[in-house]
Design a binder for this molecule. Structure first.
Ligand SMILES: Cc1ncc(COP(=O)(O)O)c(C=O)c1O
Length: 393
C-alpha cells in the first residue's frame, strides 16, 4: 500500500528542544515540550524573582500578568480584557463549573469524546450540587452535521444548564464543529463551555468566531509555553459572575484580575509564555502547523500500514491543521484504561517511543502526534517494531 511522502523537515528545529535524542517523542499532545529558549526565558524570570522576591511580587506583577494575557489573548483571537490566565485547562473547567450555581435537577451535558479529568470534575460538581451529568454518545465517524444534530436533540431546554464540548478531542483526535454547536445551544438558551486544551498553537485564532460562553485552552501544549499556562475566555454576560477557586488579594478588582491573582504562586510560566509564541513565529506559524499536521498524517499511514489497517479505517480528524492522529489497535488490545496505560509504558520502554495509547468505547487506539522536532523515520521505526511487540501478549 503506498504511503504519501512526509513533509519537508524544518532544519534545525530539533535543536531547539532538550528532548532525549535516544527516544522518539510522538506524544506532544499530553504534556507538550518546552523549547530551550523558553526554558531560559523562564529561568531569567525566576532569577529576577529570587534576586528580590518582595519587589518581584509587589512591584508591577499584576500589570505584567495583564500585559502577558493581552498578548496571548491576541494570538488566540480572544478578547484581551475578557480572558484570564489560569494554570491549566482543568483549572479553567473547575472555575466555570463552580461558578454555574447548579441546583438539584439541573443537568450538565457533555459527550463521550470528553477528557477523563473533565468528566470527573463534572461528576463531582453534580454530586456536590444535586445536578445530573448526562453524556451524549457521538460516533467516531459522525459528520459535523450529525454531531450538531445529536447535540440539538440532546439538549433539554430549562434543564440543561451547561453544555461541555471539546474543540479538538483528546481520546479521539476529532475536530468538533464548535461554532455551530454554540449556535444551536444559544437557540435553546444553554451556555457552552468549550474545552480547547489542544487548540492554542494548533488551530489559527481558535477563540474567534465561536461565541462560546466559556472557552479554555492550554498554551503549554502546542504553543510552546512553559507548563502551567492556559487562557480562559469568558463572554461578557458571565464576567462578573465567575468566581476564582481561591479568593485572594485581587478579589475586589473584579474579572479578570481576581481569577489571575491566586496568592503566592510561581507566575513565571505565564510571563515566559510569549517566548513560546516567539519561537513559533520564528519558525513560521503556518509552516509549523502545516508541517505538524502533515507529519502526523504520515505517521498515521505508516503505522496503520504496519498494523494492517486499511487507510479507510484510519480516523480522519475532520478538518485541516490537526497534528494528532489515531490508529486502531488490534481487537482486544488496550481496551481498558489500565491496559492502555500498561501498553503505553511498554512501548516507551521496549521501543524507545513515547506514544499515547487510548481506550475509547471499548477499543484501544494509538495516538500519534507530529511536531517540528519529529522526523519521518521515527514513525517508520515504530511501524517496523510495533507489530512484534503487540504480538507478545
Ligand atoms: C481535551 C483535554 N482537556 C483537558 C486536558 C487537561 O489539560 P491540563 O492537564 O493541562 O489541565 C487535556 C490534556 O491533555 C485535554 O486533552
Amino acid at each position: 500500500m503506498s504511503v504519501p511522502n512526509p513533509p519537508e523537515p524544518i532544519p534545525g528545529a530539533r535543536l531547539l528542544f532538550s528532548l532525549d535524542p535516544a527516544v522518539s517523542h510522538l506524544n506532544h499532545g499530553s504534556f507538550g515540550a518546552v523549547p530551550i529558549g523558553v526554558q531560559r526565558a523562564q529561568q531569567r524570570l525566576r532569577d529576577e524573582m529570587e534576586a528580590n522576591p518582595l519587589r518581584f511580587f509587589t512591584q508591577g506583577l499584576v500589570d505584567r500578568i495583564a500585559h502577558t494575557r493581552r498578548h496571548l489573548a491576541g494570538f488566540l483571537g480572544a478578547d484581551p480584557d475578557g480572558s484570564a490566565l489560569v494554570g491549566n485547562t482543568t483549572t479553567g473547567v473547575a472555575v466555570v463549573l463552580q461558578s454555574m450555581d447548579l441546583k438539584a435537577g439541573d443537568e450538565v451535558l457533555s459527550t463521550d469524546h470528553g477528557y477523563g479529568a473533565v468528566s470527573l470534575a463534572i461528576q463531582r460538581e453534580c454530586r456536590r450540587t444535586g445536578a445530573v451529568s448526562r453524556v451524549l454518545p457521538i460516533p467516531l465517524a459522525a459528520t459535523d452535521e450529525q454531531i450538531v444534530q445529536s447535540i440539538r436533540a440532546g439538549l433539554r431546554p430549562g434543564r440543561t444548564r451547561l453544555l461541555v464540548v471539546d474543540q479538538l478531542t483528546s481520546a479521539t483526535a476529532k475536530l468538533f464543529p464548535t461554532a455551530a454547536i454554540v449556535g444551536v445551544a444559544r437557540e435553546h438558551g444553554v451556555p457552552v463551555l468549550v474545552d480547547a486544551a489542544h487548540a492554542p498553537g494548533m488551530l489559527s485564532t481558535p477563540v474567534a468566531g465561536i461565541g462560546a460562553d466559556f472557552w479554555v485552552g492550554n498554551l503549554h501544549k502546542w504553543a510552546y509555553a512553559p507548563r502551567g499556562t492556559a487562557l480562559l475566555a469568558v463572554a461578557p454576560q458571565w464576567r462578573e459572575r465567575i468566581e476564582p477557586l481561591v479568593v485572594s488579594w485581587e478579589q475586589e478588582s473584579g474579572f479578570p484580575a481576581r481569577l489571575e491573582w491566586q496568592a503566592t504562586l510561581d507566575y513565571t510560566p505565564w510571563l515566559a509564555a510569549p517566548a513560546g509564541l516567539f519561537t513559533m513565529r520564528s519558525l513560521g506559524v503556518d509552516r509549523v502547523r502545516a508541517h505538524n499536521a502533515a507529519l502526523a498524517a504520515y505517521g498515521q499511514r505508516v503505522v496503520g500500514d504496519a498494523l494492517g489497517v486499511a487507510p479507510a479505517e484510519l480516523p480522519d480528524p475532520g478538518g485541516p491543521g490537526v497534528a494528532l492522529r489515531l490508529i486502531p489497535l488490534p481487537a482486544g488490545t488496550g481496551t481498558t484504561i489500565d491496559a492502555a496505560r500498561a501498553l503505553q509504558a511498554r512501548i516507551g520502554e521496549r521501543l524507545a517511543a513515547e506514544v499515547a495509547v487510548m481506550s475509547w468505547n471499548g477499543r484501544g487506539w494509538l495516538r500519534l502526534t507530529g511536531q517540528v522536532y519529529n522526523a519521518a523515520d521515527e514513525y517508520e521505526r515504530l511501524g517496523a517494531r510495533l507489530p512484534a511487540l503487540l504480538a507478545q501478549r
